[in-house]
Design a protein around this ligand. Sequence first.
Ligand SMILES: *Cc1c(COP(=O)(O)O)cnc(C)c1O
Length: 365
Amino acid sequence: MNYQTATELAQIGNRSDIQTGAVSAPIYLSTTFSHPALGQSTGYDYTRTKNPTRTILEEALANLEAGSQAIVTSSGMSAIQLVFNYFPAKSEFLVSRDLYGGSYRYFQELERQNASVFHYFEDFDSLKSQINEEITAVFLETPTNPLMQEVSITEAAKLAHQYHALLIVDNTFSTPLRQQPLKEGADIVVHSGTKFLSGHNDLLAGVVVAKEPEVGQRLAWLSNTTGPTLSSFDSWLFIRSLKTLKVRFEQQERNAQKIAAALENISPIEKVLYPGIGAMISFCVRDAAKIPEFLNRLNLITFAESLGGVETLITYPITQTHGDIPKELRESYGLTDHLLRLSIGIEDSQDLLKDLICGFQVFDE
Ligand SMILES: *Cc1c(COP(=O)(O)O)cnc(C)c1O
C-alpha cells in the first residue's frame, strides 16, 4: 500500500525487524554474512555489495524519487563520480554552465585526463543549439547553484531523448518534495545527501536513483565494483534524518519565502535570486568591499559552506563552494564577488531577519 509522503518518510524502517519488533531499524555492522549452505545466501553476502540497513535506506529513496533503484554512497561527489563511471571513456556531455563548484572541478579533471569531453549550456536555447548525436548525456541542476537559474526538466528530457542521450538531474536543491525529475522524463537523479535529505550538517552522503531497472542494476554493480559505499551507521543516521525531511523542508521553505520577500526591500541589496520554492536564496550586494565586515557582524547566521541543514548558513561562493571556477569564467555568466548565498534553517524567521538587518547596517556606515 502506498501512503502519502509524510507517512512514508516517518515510517522508514519500522516493521523491518520482525523478530524483535524494533521500531528504529537496526544497524547491521557486520561486513560479512554466513551462508546457509554452499550456493545459498540469505540475500546478504558482503556489506560492499548489500547491507540490510543500507537496503532500507535505498528502498526508501527509490520510492521518494519514484525510481526503480537507489544507490547510496559516501558523498554527493562519489555519487556523481559513480554516474559518470557508467558511460564509456571519451563520452561527450552537455552540462549546466552554472553548477556546484565541485562538479565543475571534477568535470575539468575528467577532461584534463582525456577521459571525457564537456560542453556547457546557459539555458534551454543554448542546450538546444548545442545538442547533437555525439552527446551521451545531459547533466543539469535546476535551480542552479548558486544563480538559481531554472530549466524545464520535461523539455530537457524530450530534447535529450530525441538525440538518444540520457538526462541526469542533480536534485539536491529542490529535493523530491518539490521536484521528481524521473517523473518528468529524466533517467538518473543524483543528490548530495549531505544537504536537505539528511539536513543536520552531521552526515556526508550521496544518492543515485535510476528510473530503469537495467540502469539501476548496472549502477549497483559499478558501486559494488568500485566501493563508494555508505557505512551502515551512516545509513542509519540518514534514515533517522529522512523521517523528518518534510517537516524540516516545509519550515525552511516558509522561512525562506519570508526572508526573500524582506530582502527585496533592503537597500544595500541589488538583487535577490529566489525561485519561490525551497530554502536557498542568493543575493547580490552593491558594495562587495563591505562583505567581510557584514559577515563579521552576523551573530546567529553561521558563515560556512554547505546547505540544507537545520542551522541557517551563509556562504560566499567565490571563495568557498565555487572557489575552483576561474574568475573570468564565473564572471562571464554572472557569478561575481557581489554574490552571497543563504541556506535557510528551521529557526524563527524573525530572529534570522533581525540578524541580517543588523548585518546590513555595515553598508550604511
Ligand atoms: C554539495 C553538493 C554536491 C556535492 O555533494 P557532497 O556531499 O558535498 O560531496 C553536489 N551537488 C550539489 C548541488 C551540491 O550542493
